[in-house]
Design a protein around this ligand. Structure first.
Ligand SMILES: Nc1ncnc2c1ncn2[C@@H]1O[C@H](COP(=O)(O)OP(=O)(O)OP(=O)(O)O)[C@@H](O)[C@H]1O
Ligand SMILES: [Mg+2]
Length: 269
């Protein structure tokens, strides 16, 4: 990896006695795709909070695009190029889909007038919800709400996109559609870190997989070897999982190029 886009350097965070990040060091390059799995309560969403600025570390440093951002607030980090989705989407329910994305372009990327309209429209097309642009966000179904969540993050013009369980609750064909949307985003050079319990969706996209447990990485590397790691299987996957059920076989559902992706995990969305 050349100079990393994102670096966590010995980051530690505790809530009382609960350790949510234990001396985490982690680097992601421009345009990389990294998946994060791990049991419920492992600290996955908290890791995103430490990257996006919703949480401050007790110790350690966070660097992004060559500068130290450890104490920067979330809005400033967003303007530097860190976009994120939230595990529980909370769009402005009474505003239209377009208005929701426009707010992201104006507040997140500080775009004005025509540039903000253009960024919002682009984000809607890239995520496949342009047809719903003028309906209130409250009326969207689950897949469309997830797409809106990604569109809002995209409209902030990120170079790093953090996706928190955007596939949870979707049907297999819907997950396959979402994987293609994310693949298209990544193809434009945007790095993606994706937390997901739908392991087949991750293995269809990412070139690197990490597993968090108890606020620490217990696996990090190519997806096949991380999923074969006995510790990862013990804390997360259970013992019944095979390469085929994880979509690592070429013709398995959810494998790259195949349709569908099932949830195979010890956790729930
Ligand atoms: N603001 C907070 N105050 C206290 N404890 C918290 C806070 N946020 C998270 N935690 C605790 O930190 C731990 C990690 O939570 P986190 O949400 O990061 O887990 P996760 O890996 O994203 O889990 P899930 O798969 O359920 O989404 C949990 O034990 C959680 O209860
Ligand atoms: Mg979470």
């Amino acid at each position: 990896m050349s100079t990393p886009l994102l670096e966590l350097d010995h980051v530690t965070k505790r809530f009382g006695r609960v350790v949510i990040a234990e001396d985490l060091s982690f680097a992601v390059g421009a345009g990389d795709t990294v998946g994060i799995v791990g049991p419920n309560g492992a600290g996955k969403t908290s890791l995103f909070g430490l990257i996006s600025g919703d949480l401050s570390p007790g110790s350690g440093q966070v660097r992004f695009a060559g500068r130290t951002i450890t104490r920067l607030d979330p809005a400033s980090r967003c303007r530097l190029g860190i976009g994120r989705t939230y595990q529980v989407p909370r769009p402005f329910a009474d505003m239209t889909v377009f208005e929701n994305v426009l707010v992201a372009a104006q507040q997140g990327a500080r775009l004005r007038r025509q540039a903000s309209y253009q960024a919002a429209a682009e984000a809607l097309y890239r995520t496949g919800i342009a047809a719903e642009a003028n309906i209130p966000a409250a009326r969207l179904g689950l897949l469309q709400r997830k797409r809106l969540e990604i569109a809002r993050a995209l409209a902030t013009r990120p170079s790093l996109l953090l996706l928190d369980e955007v596939a949870g609750g979707l049907t297999d064909p819907e997950v396959a559609v979402l994987v293609e949307v994310i693949r298209g985003i990544n193809a434009e050079g945007i790095a993606v870190i994706w937390i997901e319990h739908v392991v087949r969706a991750l293995t269809a996209l990412v070139s690197r997989l990490t597993c968090l447990s108890g606020g620490a990485f217990i696996g990090d590397g190519d997806p096949a070897s991380v999923l074969a790691n006995p510790r990862v299987r013990e804390v997360y996957l259970g013992s019944e999982v095979t390469a085929s059920t994880l979509g690592l076989d070429d013709d398995a559902p959810g494998a790259p190029g195949a349709q569908g992706a099932s949830e195979v995990s010890g956790g729930t969305a």
